[in-house]
Design a protein around this ligand. Structure first.
Ligand code: ACO
Length: 335
């Protein structure tokens, strides 16, 4: 959907944070019937970071945000808007306001976006709308998740995959000529919501509702891995092609393919379908596993810090996961 664009969007800086505790494949193979060889061959993952504190979501989001802010000329007080993409809030009413308070961004409005592993892309697109239509000038977008808290550590089909982390980007309005965000393409298929979820359940069901009430809680992550794999490999290339097409670009124009870090086989299968050489694929799965909404900004920040991404490079980002949701954002990078 097109809106009336009066402003461009500049990505001023990125930042990231991960917990200290590192869990190797070997350690997991002491807990469930698996092996380093199986995990690495099927996913590309060697280790992941796990947070041990209940406040870790906010701590990580704060650290990633400050890491990004410290690379810019603006302070937290200058922020107009904070969007926190997370599916693992530490408060069901949302965690973004705690992040706002912790970094001292008292003038910013703050809210969460829940869209699993597509969360960061959807949050970036949302932020872009507010900037392009002239509503806000300085926006902090954060992707942060602590899926380790919702992982069944005795289920070898899922516990090998996930890790915790946070990544942030500071966006600012600029002239349309300096615009970094070229286009996007988003999708949802709610018919397949049950392929990947963390379901709510209610206990103490009693006829006398008002004396006992219903206590809500959440189950562990459940996932139909093969189905999600097939969905990602078929739908993500289509989304990228649609987005490129809307900008009169083709996959040959891509300098970096930055997909949600779910499984290295998915990254290379998508690249191969688009005929993108493997050197253009950004992957840090080996170190962090699948960090859900954090995976794209974490990998983007690392690629920038490693000076992989150069001025003028075209970056295609795609998130995909629970919902099912998937989406693409195309960026032209300028420092
Ligand atoms: N160690 C050893 N064996 C295992 C393990 C394990 N950790 N897990 C499964 N197996 C076994 C299975 O039991 C099965 O054995 P069987 O053939 O005797 O039944 C065999 O290995 C193959 O299992 P599959 O599930 O078919 O393995 P697959 O190659 O599909 O890999 C995986 C599984 C890694 C989960 C893959 O399907 C995948 O990555 N799917 C996509 C996940 C994803 O992208 N999620 C994204 C979004 S996440 C979000 O939104 C929060």
């Amino acid at each position: 959907m097109k809106s009336s664009i009066t402003q461009g969007v500049k990505i001023l800086a990125t930042g990231s944070a991960v917990p200290d505790l590192c869990i190797s494949n070997e350690l997991i193979s002491n807990m469930v019937d698996t092996s380093d060889e199986w995990i690495f061959n099927r996913t590309g993952i060697k280790e992941r970071r796990i947070s041990s504190s209940p406040t870790s979501l906010i701590d990580m989001a704060t650290a990633a945000s400050m890491n990004a802010l410290n690379k810019t000329h603006i302070n937290a007080i200058d922020l107009d808007l904070i969007i926190l993409a997370t599916s693992t809030p530490n408060d069901l009413f949302g965690s973004a306001s705690q992040l706002q308070a912790k970094i001292g961004a008292s003038k910013a409005i703050a809210f969460d976006i829940t869209a699993a592993c597509s969360g960061f892309v959807i949050a970036m697109v949302t932020a872009t709308q507010f900037i392009q239509n002239g509503s806000y000038s300085n926006v902090l977008v954060v992707g942060a998740d602590v899926l380790s808290k919702w992982t069944n550590w005795s289920d070898r089909r899922t516990c090998i995959l996930f890790g915790d982390g946070a990544g942030a980007a500071i966006l600012q309005s600029c002239s349309v000529l300096e615009n970094n965000i070229l286009g996007f393409h988003l999708n949802t298929n709610g018919q397949k919501f049950d392929q990947l979820n963390i379901q709510c359940e209610y206990s103490n069901h009693d006829k006398n509702f008002f004396s006992k009430g219903l206590k809500g809680s959440f189950k562990y992550i459940t996932m139909h891995g093969k189905e999600v794999y097939k969905f990602a490999v078929s739908k993500v290339p289509q989304s990228i092609q649609a987005c490129l097409g809307s900008l009169n670009l083709s996959s040959e124009n891509i300098d970096w393919l930055l997909l949600h870090q779910a499984n290295e086989r998915i990254l290379y299968a998508v690249a191969s379908r688009l005929m993108i050489p493997s050197e253009k694929v950004i992957s840090n799965l080996a170190k962090y596993g699948n960090t859900s909404a954090a995976s794209i900004p974490l990998a983007l920040n690392e690629a920038l810090e490693d000076n992989k991404i150069q001025n003028g490079d075209l970056i295609v980002m795609s998130g995909f996961g629970a919902g099912l949701t998937w989406g693409t954002l195309i960026i032209k990078w300028y420092r």
